[in-house]
Design a protein around this ligand. Structure first.
Ligand code: HEC
Length: 137
């Protein structure tokens, strides 16, 4: 009995590893994260327009959560240089988005709404920068 349990355990582990490599970050995952980030920016914008800290904070949290997940699209036959470049750019952009979102919330909380708006504008710039670059990947 013990052996059977052990075998099932390792079989499940194997299946897990296999599934993990099969269902790596897909285009659907990326689109989901993109749409969630878009929602996050909308909510932040609403917060700025209606002077609502909760919307700014919630939007920033949504944005941060999904920015941390994004992975770039990389063609199957891309060489390691191209691949690394795509991942490096993505990581850098995501990091900027996360820190700008944090800065926007902090600035807004501390009544520096102009700087907070400025952070927000910079977030949108990061989105556009990546969208423009990606066409060359
Ligand atoms: C690392 C690069 C990168 C960054 C940064 C990035 N995007 Fe994207 N975005 C993409 C790619 C790639 C696609 C195309 C998705 C696909 O088809 O795989 C995309 C597509 C989208 C789409 C269309 C989704 C759909 O339904 O087709 C939206 C909306 C979007 N991004 C919003 C944003 C917002 C908002 C931000 C900034 C907060 C952002 N993106 C930042 C790479 C990026």
């Amino acid at each position: 009995m013990k052996i059977v349990v052990k075998q099932i355990g390792s079989l499940m582990l194997l299946t897990g590893v296999f599934a993990g490599s099969l269902f790596a970050y897909s285009q659907e995952d990326r689109i989901k994260d993109m749409r969630a980030m878009e929602e996050g920016t909308q909510q932040m914008q609403k917060g700025f327009l209606y002077n609502n800290l909760q919307d700014i904070t919630q939007g920033a949290e949504l944005l941060k959560k999904h920015a941390a997940r994004i992975e770039p699209p990389v063609e199957k036959d891309a060489d390691s240089f191209k691949r690394n470049y795509a991942y490096d750019v993505t990581k850098r952009e995501a990091k900027k988005i996360i820190s700008l979102a944090e800065s926007a919330v902090k600035n807004y909380k501390e009544h520096r709404s102009k700087q907070a708006m400025n952070d927000f504008t910079k977030i949108l710039k990061q989105c556009m920068t990546c969208h423009a670059r990606i066409r060359k990947w």
